[in-house]
Design a protein around this ligand. Structure first.
Ligand code: B12
Ligand code: SF4
Ligand code: SF4
Length: 320
């Protein structure tokens, strides 16, 4: 099999497994992106996410993770879901307490790793001796710069990857391989003169095009900021009903008019978890929280985090 044929069959396998888009880039280091990343961390824009300070050399160069790396497969998985398995519409903008779309169904950290494992096994059947390391979200990788260089999509001014095909409602994953594959051309920036995301951000977290001050971002405040920390009233008063995560910058992006329903039924909204009422959260005990948010991204914020977020919102304009 030629390299071209091998690349094509691996890509086809990724699509057969259910990934929405797949691209290939080399294992060369990501110097410019890593320099920007380091500057961002030095500026303190990562807030309390101290884990981002670790492993800068791995983020720059995947060969620090896997010395024999030759190529990186970048994978995108569409998670845009609009209804649950029974076809019922989701609860969303109209709700006083809003949950970001990525957290409506089963946690992608549960869904994507088995898909990556299967893909690696398929590749090993095609190429005996092939070895790989896979990641989604939690690894010390610059997933967005990898996706951009592999042609998956460009980093929009809101700092998320946007695909031409289905917009930005995609999760990213990578498979680092010890085999040479044909690389794809990098994606081109298609934001143009648009500034909708910057203008719409309720807390002015996008401080300049392509630059996010995480400490102002509702997603950070409601998910990553530890429950023992309070959300500053000046930010809380602009949280606009977002209880967990935030989708404003993606909701307003014109490229998301290309959104398509995901084929992954596990991303379908768990309707009961979305239509949360303030009194329900206030009264919720740990046992119920654990049961209700099992395998849901929402468990990340912990019960105390959810209650803290609610308090931040109630201190402002959400009414019972
Ligand atoms: C830390 C983190 C966060 C932080 C910081 C967000 C951020 N923008 O980086 C917080 C908690 C705020 C967050 C929020 C969200 N996250 Co998050 N997060 C991550 C994580 C773990 C690391 C990202 C990172 O390295 N950030 C650091 C900064 C420096 O990186 P950056 O924004 O990419 O900056 C680069 C560019 O902006 C560019 N750049 C900077 N300046 C300039 C200037 C010019 C001129 C140009 C051209 C480029 C440029 O260079 C920078 C360095 O490479 C990744 C997973 C991973 N391992 O990569 C997921 C990830 C980025 N998150 C994801 C998601 C889904 C979200 C949310 C949508 C969840 C939600 N609905 O609430 C929000 C989106 C908020 C937003 N507007 O970005 C997805 C994004 C998928 C996609 N389509 O891009 C990822 C990739 C996880 C995954 N595997 O799918 N997240
Ligand atoms: S996720 Fe929300 S708070 Fe964060 S940058 Fe986007 S619009 Fe702003
Ligand atoms: S809203 Fe406009 S500027 Fe922001 S990411 Fe989308 S296209 Fe780019």
């Amino acid at each position: 099999m030629t390299r071209q044929q091998l690349t094509a069959s691996i890509k086809q396998q990724a699509l057969d497994i259910g990934f929405t888009k797949v691209g290939v880039t080399s294992a060369q280091s990501f110097d410019k992106a890593a320099d920007r990343f380091n500057m961002w961390v030095r500026s303190g824009a990562h807030g309390t996410m101290q884990w981002l300070e670790r492993n800068p050399e791995k983020r720059r160069d995947v060969k620090e993770i896997m010395p024999e790396a030759r190529s990186i497969l970048s994978l995108a998985l569409n998670y845009f879901s609009t209804s649950d398995a029974s076809g019922k519409a989701e609860s969303t903008e109209a709700d006083p307490l809003k949950i970001s779309r990525y957290a409506w169904g089963t946690d992608y950290h549960e869904i994507i790793p088995p898909m990556l494992r299967r893909l690696l096994a398929d590749i090993q059947t095609l190429v005996p001796g092939a070895a790989g390391r896979y990641y989604t979200d939690t690894g010390p990788l610059l997933e967005k710069p990898i996706a951009e260089r592999a042609g998956i999509g460009w980093i929009g001014k809101h700092t998320n990857i946007i695909t031409r095909e289905v917009g930005s409602w995609v999760f990213l994953a990578e498979l680092i391989l010890n085999i040479e594959l044909d690389v794809d051309p990098p994606a081109e920036d298609m934001c143009g003169t648009c500034t909708r995301c910057i203008d719409a951000c309720p807390t002015q977290a996008i401080t300049a095009p392509y630059q996010l001050d995480a400490t102002r971002c509702i997603s950070y405040l409601t998910i990553e900021l530890k429950p023992e920390h309070h959300i500053e009233p000046a930010l809380a008063s602009n949280m606009d009903g977002w209880l967990y995560g935030c989708d404003v910058c993606q909701n307003v992006c014109p490229w998301n008019r290309f959104e398509q329903p995901t084929a992954i039924m596990d991303f379908a909204p768990r309707v009961k978890n979305l239509a949360l009422r303030p009194d329900e959260i206030e009264a919720m005990a740990q046992e119920e929280f654990s049961k209700r948010f099992r395998k849901s991204p929402i468990k990340r914020t912990k019960l105390a985090g959810l209650k803290r977020n609610l308090k931040a919102l109630l201190g402002t304009h959400v009414t019972h």
